[in-house]
Design a protein around this ligand. Structure first.
Ligand code: ATP
Ligand code: MG
Length: 267
């Protein structure tokens, strides 16, 4: 199994497009003295689902926020379709949909009004607006609830509405930060069915999750711990070494903690 701090690349690299869809080179992020992300290099190919799992406070949200252009790396560079996230931020924002860990719907607005808000931002009008409304609220099974306020929706429905909102401008890259947290298993399955449909249509999806069973839905999986990517491979490869993803995660984290401890005491 590969160690951390390595250049990680997907096994699709050799037979997919020449240019990686998302590419990170030695990316780090510090908040004053807190090291939130340490020297991450990563390549994500087009059209798959890339999962990010890890311990609490590992740096998952910080990494996703940097890719989503919300915060700048302290060092290193991030490219999306060959565009630099810092220098070409506004162009990149047009092609990404980002759903943060605490996604803010307008609780007093209805389902329809929340979606309208997002469509206004992206200037979607005319027949296309109605088409997308029917399409994304349809996918989310929210059409019967268009007049219900977001505040009155169940947790799972809220997350599906959030997804419909970030899908409204049909992004090429979807970035989702623990979107199914606290959502019941049936709604989680519905949520994933939408993601599978988006993948079928060629969307690239980057998702963090606290649920390891969802890791199995991904084409590629990275494990984060203490600001580092400590493993990056396919779920299949992990399953050939371990009974399940949970065991794999626990074992790798323990190994890395031991390595870090040894490094600390090495003279
Ligand atoms: N704006 C900030 N200011 C200061 N420290 C921050 C900030 N954002 C994150 N951190 C710190 O950076 C580290 C990584 O946080 P991050 O939220 O990225 O982790 P995470 O893997 O998403 O955790 P969780 O599983 O709890 O969502 C943590 O120690 C956190 O306290
Ligand atoms: Mg987080």
């Amino acid at each position: 199994m590969p160690g951390f701090d390595k250049y990680i690349h997907s096994d699709q690299d050799t037979h997919d497009s020449e240019v990686p869809f998302v590419h990170l080179e030695g990316v780090s992020k510090y908040f004053n003295t807190i090291e939130a992300v340490r020297d991450v290099s990563l390549t994500i190919q087009k059209g798959g689902i890339f999962g990010l799992v890890g311990s609490d406070g590992a740096g998952k949200s910080t990494l996703l926020r940097m890719i989503a252009t919300m915060i700048r790396p302290s060092s290193g560079r991030i490219f999306i379709q060959n565009m630099d996230v810092v220098k070409q931020r506004s162009r990149i924002k047009q092609i990404i949909g980002y759903m943060p860990q605490r996604f803010g719907l307008y609780q007093d607005l209805t389902v329809q009004e929340n979606l309208d808000f997002f469509m206004d931002i992206f200037g979607i009008s005319g027949p296309e607006r109605k088409h997308r409304r029917d399409r994304y609220l349809g996918f989310s099974n929210l059409l019967p609830f268009v007049d219900r306020t977001a505040g009155a929706l169940s947790g799972g429905m809220k997350q599906k509405l959030g997804l419909a909102c970030v899908l409204a401008h049909q992004p090429k890259l979807l970035i989702l930060d623990e979107p199914t947290n606290g959502v019941d298993p049936v709604s989680r399955k519905e949520f994933w069915d939408i993601l599978f449909e988006m993948k079928k249509q060629g969307m690239t999806i980057l998702i963090s999750t606290a649920y390891l069973d969802e890791g199995e839905n991904c084409d590629f999986l990275a494990l984060m711990h203490k600001a580092r990517i400590i493993e990056a491979t396919t779920p299949k490869a992990i399953q050939s070494h371990f009974a399940d993803l949970e065991e794999a995660m626990i074992q790798r984290i323990q190994e890395v903690d031991k390595e870090l401890m040894n490094d600390q005491f090495r003279i």
